[in-house]
Design a binder for this molecule. Structure first.
Ligand code: ADP
Ligand code: MG
Length: 282
């Protein structure tokens, strides 16, 4: 597991530009946390993840990983990163080879590579497709392949940059479930940027950026209560969150609780809460 600390980080793409993307930016992420980063397009989400991965260097301030300031090359060893567009990240024509590619670069033995590739492909439910052409996979399957590649590296940190932006429908739900499972089972720090509140609500902590400024840092449920901020950030409140608010008004859930489908099913099966054919009035 990896802790990440940004202290007074200033970064701009053009050195000396009038307005840097980040100025004196502070953020601390504890080892094992799942933090969602939300914010409008251009607010700095991708830049922040690239700084954490060591793909960009701050002009001022420092980034500490597990308490130490590391060289970019060392940062690269600690975190696996996934970007939005699957096609740009698939490097091998064959599914299993694509997962193996990153592991070969890590200098692992062929035996270890084989074991890890198999494990990771089973985990994302692509094992049956191991010998298939990567470009024959659907968008959702390609994103799962990239996730397998990142998981196989078994690094203590997973950085996900809008991983579902090219994925729709059932594939989206499948990948979201996988992310929940990874966080629950693996001891892995996860930083996950997204433009969708629905995705961000799954995380333990939500950080919102607006124009490179941290405007919110608390539990996802709390953000739902900040209606003006949600509007300002251009985020769409998922229908299930509206339902959660109605249930909170009835005292059926806590006001800052994020209501999930699992929650609702639990509520509906609590004895005394509903009886056959009786509707909950909200
Ligand atoms: P987000 O991921 O939230 O959409 P980005 O981190 O991509 O935001 O962008 C933050 C700011 O940095 C934006 O103003 C964007 O135009 C600028 N920017 C992003 N990438 C580059 C780049 N390669 N060169 C110059 N400016 C960039
Ligand atoms: Mg981005």
């Amino acid at each position: 597991m990896v802790s990440i600390e940004l202290n007074k980080v200033t970064f701009s793409y053009q050195d000396g530009a009038e307005e840097p993307v980040f100025a004196d930016f502070d953020l601390r992420i504890t080892a094992g946390e799942w933090v969602a980063i939300v914010g409008p397009s251009g607010s700095g989400k991708t830049t922040l993840l690239k700084l954490m991965k060591g793909l960009l260097q701050p002009q001022a301030g420092e980034i500490r990983i597990n308490g130490s300031v590391l060289a970019a090359r060392e940062l690269n060893h600690l975190a696996a990163c996934i970007f939005a567009n699957p096609e740009n990240q698939i490097v091998s024509p064959v599914v299993a080879e694509d997962v193996a590619f990153g592991l070969e670069n890590m200098g692992l033995t062929p035996e270890t590579i084989q074991i890890r590739v198999e494990e990771a492909l089973r985990y994302v439910d692509l094992y049956e497709r191991a010998a298939h052409f990567s470009h024959h996979l659907s968008g959702g399957e390609q994103q799962r392949l990239i996730l397998a590649g990142a998981l196989a590296q078994q690094k203590g940190c997973l950085l996900l940059d809008d991983p579902l932006c090219m994925v729709a429908g059932r594939s989206r739900a499948e990948i979201l479930n996988l992310l929940k499972d990874i966080q629950a089972r693996e001891s892995c720090t996860m930083v996950h940027s997204t433009h969708l509140l629905e995705e961000a609500l799954l995380a333990q902590r939500l950080v919102a950026l607006d124009n490179g400024v941290l405007v919110f840092d608390d539990s996802p449920g709390r953000l739902l209560q900040e209606k003006e901020l949600v509007n300002q950030l251009g985020l769409e409140v998922p229908a299930i969150a509206d339902l959660g608010e109605m249930l909170a008004r009835r005292g059926l859930v806590e006001p800052d609780e994020v209501v999930t489908l699992e929650h609702l099913l639990e509520l509906l099966t609590v004895p005394g809460c509903t009886q056959d054919n009786e509707k909950i009035e909200i």
